[in-house]
Design a binder for this molecule. Structure first.
Ligand code: PNW
Length: 456
């Protein structure tokens, strides 16, 4: 009998997995004919990343992928979400296909299938070919055609073996980090560029879905990171800040993809930097989707301030629990978001495509264990929050922990560890943390063991 008496069993066929991204784990970015990406370039620019860290080695997954697939199998994962490095496939971004790059992912997919692990493939997890950045990157309207061309190469090579495809990972982060604030590649800071980059990303999403309907026969969707915004007070100023923050982060990408329009507030946020868009663009952007992927990490308690252009900021919660990336642990926010998604956009199936936490982990102990109780507690609370949303009628089909492995946390380098598996960056030794073993038991019990007390 369980501790809570509650039945946490998840629906039949629920997909339990873990996620990674190419630049964060692969290493060997220029091997076998690959071209450089904006992240290779950015990380090699002095001052752009913590400690000057680059993805040159990362988790050496490009060479150790067999071992990593064996590890997933041992942990009992049913699904693996990974991304493809565009410039391994098309070193110049368009045109010439590099067969060795395709072969790498083809072998990976075969190994996953042989291990009974379903692949979820993300086309774009932030590593634009540098050659395309030289042509303007996401500021160039041709990017929609470039992206559809790249997608088609992969659909033709892998569709059928891969049955779940994702166009973009987190267009909000691509634009906010890459074009507005500059902390991520390509490192631009412009409120005039940001809306254009976002819009072209969404046009590229639409074009890649369209191409999939021609060349693929299974499922394709979009992955967004969203975060509920709660007001810091009941004053009108904070209510306005919440509305802007919600429009900017949560609706800016889902509205055009699902409803074919931007939220009204975008003009209020960007002022004269917000262009008039041709109506035909929305017909391209709004394509029927087979699912939407939601990445959830935290909430924000929001108040009005004078930051530019959003005029909204987050208030730290004195009694909150925070992770190493400074994000408040707030599982109820995930239930709230999933309910909001269904109310706003209807019955499109949902996957939680990322959820997880960076915490300080102790070193590997003599018994080879890594005790990471905070991570286990985090995952358990969020899985319970998803279960609550499913009970309330949201069609959630799967859950991917971020991340399978400790890895390169973009400009924060190797300083933040999100993995359920520890990576020793000197030896490349992988050691499953306690949270990985715990997750394996949750999967084996179809979620029922979420009712159990936390292990020691
Ligand atoms: C996601 N935010 O990034 C990415 O998909 C991963 O590659 C990354 O490693 C992971 O989350 C952990 O950071 C995000 O500021 C970055 O809201 C920033 C935000 C959200 C997601």
């Amino acid at each position: 009998m369980s501790q809570t008496g509650k039945d946490f069993r998840f629906p039949e066929g629920f997909l339990w997995g873990a996620a990674t991204a190419a630049h964060q784990i692969e290493g060997s970015p220029l091997a076998d004919g690959a071209g450089p990406s904006i992240w290779t370039r950015f990380a090699h620019t002095p001052g752009m990343t913590h400690n000057g860290d680059t993805g040159d080695v990362a988790c050496d997954h490009y060479r150790r992928w067999r071992q990593d697939v064996a590890l997933m199998r041992e942990l009992g994962l049913k699904a693996y979400r990974f991304s493809v490095s565009w410039s391994r496939i098309l070193p110049e971004g368009t045109g010439r296909v590099n067969q060795s790059g395709l072969d790498f992912y083809s072998r990976l997919v075969d190994a996953l299938l042989e291990s009974g692990i379903e692949p979820l493939l993300t086309l774009y997890h932030w590593d634009l070919p540098a050659a395309l950045d030289d042509r303007g990157g996401w500021l160039n309207r041709d990017s929609a055609d470039w992206f559809a061309e790249y997608g088609s190469v992969l659909y033709r090579a892998l569709d059928g073996r891969v049955k779940k495809w994702v166009t973009l990972n987190e267009p909000w982060v691509v634009t906010d980090g890459g074009y507005l604030h500059g902390a991520l590649a390509p490192g631009h800071r412009s409120r005039y560029e940001a809306p254009i980059a976002s819009h072209n990303l969404m046009r590229a999403h639409g074009a890649a879905v369209q191409a999939y309907r021609a060349d693929g026969a299974h499922e394709i969707g979009l992955v967004v990171n969203i975060e509920p915004k709660y007001p810091a007070s009941d004053g009108a100023e904070d209510a306005g800040a919440v509305a802007r923050a919600h429009a900017y982060m949560n609706e800016q990408y889902l509205h055009p993809a699902m409803l074919g329009r931007y939220p009204e507030r975008m003009r209020e946020i960007f002022g004269d930097a917000w262009p008039e868009w041709p109506q035909a663009d929305f017909e391209l952007i709004r394509q029927p989707l087979d699912f939407v992927g939601i990445n959830y990490y935290t909430r924000s308690v929001t108040r009005a301030d004078d930051s530019y252009p959003l005029r909204a900021g987050a208030v730290r919660q004195p009694l909150g629990t925070y992770t190493e990336t400074g994000w408040e642990v707030f599982p109820q926010g995930l239930t709230d978001l999933l309910l909001w998604f269904k109310d706003t956009y209807g019955d499109t199936p949902v996957y939680v495509t990322e959820n997880g936490a960076a915490f300080f982990d102790p070193p590997v102990a003599e018994d080879d264990r890594i005790r990471d109780p905070l991570r286990t507690a985090y995952l358990r609370k969020h899985l319970r929050a998803i279960h609550e949303a499913i009970e309330a009628g949201v069609d959630v089909r799967g859950y991917m922990v971020w991340s399978l492995l400790d890895n390169l946390e973009w400009s924060l380098g190797y300083s933040k560890r999100f993995g359920i598996v520890h990576v020793n960056y000197e030896t490349q030794q992988r050691t499953p943390k306690d949270s990985a073993r715990w997750y394996g038991r949750v999967i084996a019990s179809h979620g029922s063991s979420l009712a159990d007390p936390l292990p020691d």
